[in-house]
Ligand binder design. Sequence first.
Ligand code: SF4
Length: 216
Amino acid sequence: MTKKQRYQFVIDYFLTHSPQAETELRYDNPYQLLVAVILSAQCTDKRVNLTTPSFFNKYPHPESLSKAELDDVFTLIKSISYPNNKAKHLIGMASILTKKFNGIVPMTVEELIELPGVGRKTANVITSVIDNQPNMAVDTHVFRVSARIGLTTNAKTPFSAEKQLISLIPKALIHKAHHWLILHGRYICTARNPKCFECGIKPACKFYSKQWKLEI
Ligand code: SF4
């Protein structure tokens, strides 16, 4: 199987079985998604979704969050990993959003990464989820799943994996492919004990073929 055929198989599979894939984070507007994605670093979406309703109730827009006390934000998010750093980042992010961007979340990766707590991965999530931009956020699931299937080869960094993925996934599908790979990594191709026998990708998966010494 050539790399091109592998990509085609994986894309066809997900288009058929998961056409509606989307983020599991709950949000009503770009500001809420930005807060949720910052909170989700090294934390589960489920845990974030339990926390954000009361957070958005208290801080409904960037301006209110920019004026928040650190201790108050910490208390609201203390069940989330790294609450101290994230509380600082959230207030800093809201402050720049308010002063520099009139409270509107910018929609370019370059502008977004100016905000505290926002790196390339977060910026790619925001621009792809809100604006369907062809940006691929590579988190630990996307990195692992892409390497196992053989969509990426010898990628040493998330950025290298990102470049390989966006070079071979059709532009119009990149924003969706991010969710396909994340959800596949979360529920099927888990870090430990991937569920290969129930996985529909196995006919095209390098990891599976190596394990079972199959020719694909
Ligand atoms: S066959 Fe196994 S390793 Fe390959 S994608 Fe499926 S779960 Fe992951």
